[in-house]
Ligand binder design. Structure first.
Ligand code: 13P
Ligand code: ZN
Length: 270
């Protein structure tokens, strides 16, 4: 069967990177069954032949109006599809969609009519917001990292920047490579427009990764690898904290002064 990826190396690379990250999410134990979703804005890798490709689905409602997405294209993980399957067969477990001119509907154009993730309202709302503020970020990743989700069950950790500071203080790399920290979004119904709006509010508060309380995390980045790396780095810190607690002590953590030094030397935003 022919694929939209045939003879389009830039697009094929975008999708191959999603597949690689999907494999990591499964290996990490963060992607039980169909858990998690990834979308990438691939509009820059689309040519005129793709722009004239016919739809292979009816127009479907996004559930909200997203004016900055007019004519944009996205690769989306399919709803109910498994990351471990997507890792091997990305075009059978995801699809390419086009946003219609009314900015309220999309249609699937390739390779087969795999319905996009149930978290599409959050992903597309975030892409719409990123474009609106002139961001060059193209990827969004939602996953269920065990240790970070476990930590979100402690109300103390949900106070603003408590978890950010704790995770930053475990290892210097965490502040260096996740310099905006971890925003907190209180528990909301998965897939809801309310969750999408709250996610944007938290990202707008200058975070690149946000915690969906008792559910998972949502990260944005220039590309899918960058979004994954930030979640991975935060999780590494969570594991160090949890291992220390398992050994019977609360880890001392780097001092505020040591963390300020990291910010100065690495020229970090916070
Ligand atoms: P989908 O299978 O619809 O992508 O949903 C997975 C998920 O993690 C919902 O929050
Ligand atoms: Zn989820």
């Amino acid at each position: 069967m022919s694929s939209i990826l045939d003879n389009r190396p830039a697009l094929a690379k975008e999708v191959a990177d999603v597949a690689e990250v999907a494999g990591y999410l499964w290996q990490k134990g963060w992607a039980e069954r169909n858990g998690g979703n990834i979308t990438v804005n691939i509009t820059d890798s689309i040519d005129d032949a793709v722009r004239s490709m016919p739809a292979i689905s009816e127009p479907k409602a996004i559930g909200t109006c997203l004016p900055n997405l007019k004519g944009c294209y996205f690769y989306c993980k399919g709803t109910n599809k498994r990351m471990r399957d997507l890792a091997r067969w990305p075009m059978e477990n995801g699809s390419v969609i086009r946003i219609l001119d009314d900015c309220e509907h999309y249609e699937i154009i390739a390779d087969s009519p795999v319905a996009p993730t149930s978290e599409l309202p959050s992903h597309l709302s975030v892409h719409n917001w990123l474009i609106g503020k002139g961001s060059t970020y193209k990827a969004s990743v939602h996953t269920h990292p065990i240790e970070l989700v476990a930590m979100s069950h402690n109300p103390e950790f949900l106070k603003k920047d408590v978890l950010t500071n704790l995770l930053w203080s475990m290892i210097p790399e965490t502040k260096a490579f996740c310099p905006r920290g971890l925003g907190i979004v209180p528990y909301m119904l998965p897939s809801s427009v309310e969750l999408a709006d709250a996610t944007i509010a938290s990202l707008a508060d200058n975070y690149d990764v946000v915690m969906w309380e008792k559910h998972g995390v949502f990260a944005v980045g220039e590309n899918v690898m960058e979004a994954f790396d930030m979640i991975d780095t935060l999780t590494k810190s969570a594991l160090i904290y949890i291992d220390s607690c398992a050994m019977g002590f609360k880890p001392e953590g780097m001092s505020q002064e040591q963390m300020r030094e990291i910010s100065t030397v690495f020229n970090l935003p916070k």
